[in-house]
Design a protein around this ligand. Structure first.
Ligand SMILES: [Zn+2]
Length: 257
C-alpha cells in the first residue's frame, strides 16, 4: 500500500481548502498549507528513529522534567520554520496552522507503539488569556486530535489561575509558579475513573510547546496524587531544544520512512 506523505495527507484534511493556497511560511503558491520545500526544512521526530516514547531518548529526556508522567510524544523541534507555524497559531489567530500541526502529529503517530490514551486533556490557559486570545491553543489541537484518532477530550479537568506567563522564568521559578497557578477541578476525572475502574485510565496531556516540562510535570503530579493508578502521556507539538543541543546537528528527516 502506498504511504501518504505528510503533504499529500494534508490534502485530505477536511475543512482545509487545498486549492489556490499560498504556503503559510514562505507565501509561495502551494497546493498544501505548508509547501514541500518548507516542510523539508522541518525537524520531525520519528517513532522509528527516536523511539515511540521520547522519555527513552536522551537528547530530549535529559532536558525535560518528567518525574510524574510515563510517556512523551512530540511532533518536532521548536526551531525555524516550525516555530513560525506555532507562533502564527498562538499569536495571529491562524487556526489553519493549528490544524496543520495536529494533522502532522496524527501522521507521525502511525508508527507509535505507546498505548492509545482513553482521554485527551488540553493544558488550560488562564481566563484572562482566553478572553484575549478567544481560544486555548491546546484545546484546538486536542479537538483535532480527538476527531482524527477517535479519542474523547475533556477541557474541564484543571484550571489555571492568575495572569502570569512563564516565558521569562527560570526552570526553578517555573516549578514554583506552576504549582501555584494550576489546580485540578473539583470533580476532575472522577467520572471517567469510575467508568473505567476495570482498568487503569490512560490520559494524554496535550500542549503546543514543551520547553522545560515543568507545567506538564506539575499537572501530572497533581493527577497522580489524586488518581494513583492513572497512566499519563504528554503530547506536545514542538520541543524547544536547549542551546547547543545535539538535536540541532541532525539533518531533517525525509518522509520516506
Ligand atoms: Zn513554503
Amino acid at each position: 500500500m502506498m504511504t501518504l506523505s505528510r503533504s499529500s495527507a494534508l490534502q485530505e484534511v477536511d475543512g482545509i481548502n487545498t486549492m489556490n493556497l499560498s504556503c503559510l511560511l514562505c507565501y509561495q503558491a502551494s497546493p498544501t498549507p505548508v509547501c514541500h520545500w518548507c516542510e523539508s526544512d522541518i525537524f520531525f521526530f520519528s517513532p522509528l528513529i527516536h523511539g515511540s516514547n521520547l522519555l527513552g531518548y536522551g537528547p530530549v529526556a535529559s532536558h525535560v522534567k518528567h518525574s510524574h508522567y510515563d510517556g512523551l510524544s512530540l511532533l518536532g523541534l521548536h526551531t525555524w520554520p516550525m516555530a513560525t507555524l506555532v507562533h502564527q497559531f498562538k499569536f495571529t489567530h491562524s487556526l489553519v496552522s493549528g490544524k496543520v500541526l495536529s494533522h502532522w502529529f496524527v501522521h507521525n503517530k502511525r508508527h507509535c507503539t505507546m498505548s492509545k490514551p482513553d482521554l485527551l486533556l488540553p493544558v488550560p490557559i488562564s481566563a484572562w488569556r482566553l478572553a484575549h486570545r478567544h481560544y486555548n491553543q491546546a484545546t484546538v489541537i486536542a479537538k483535532h486530535l480527538s476527531k482524527a484518532l477517535s479519542i474523547p477530550y475533556f477541557t474541564g479537568w484543571a484550571r489555571r489561575k492568575g495572569f502570569g506567563s512563564q516565558h521569562q522564568l527560570t526552570k526553578a521559578a517555573r516549578a514554583t509558579h506552576a504549582a501555584q497557578v494550576f489546580e485540578l477541578s473539583k470533580k476532575g476525572l472522577d467520572q471517567m475513573i469510575s467508568i473505567t475502574k476495570q482498568k487503569a485510565l490512560t490520559v494524554a496531556i496535550v500542549d503546543d510547546v514543551l520547553t522545560t516540562g515543568v507545567t506538564v510535570n506539575t499537572l501530572s503530579k497533581m493527577l497522580k496524587a489524586r488518581y494513583p493508578h492513572i497512566n499519563i502521556q504528554v503530547w506536545a507539538m514542538t520541543f524547544t531544544p536547549p542551546p547547543k543541543s545535539t538535536l540541532m546537528l541532525e539533518t531533517p528527516l525525509t518522509d520516506k520512512l
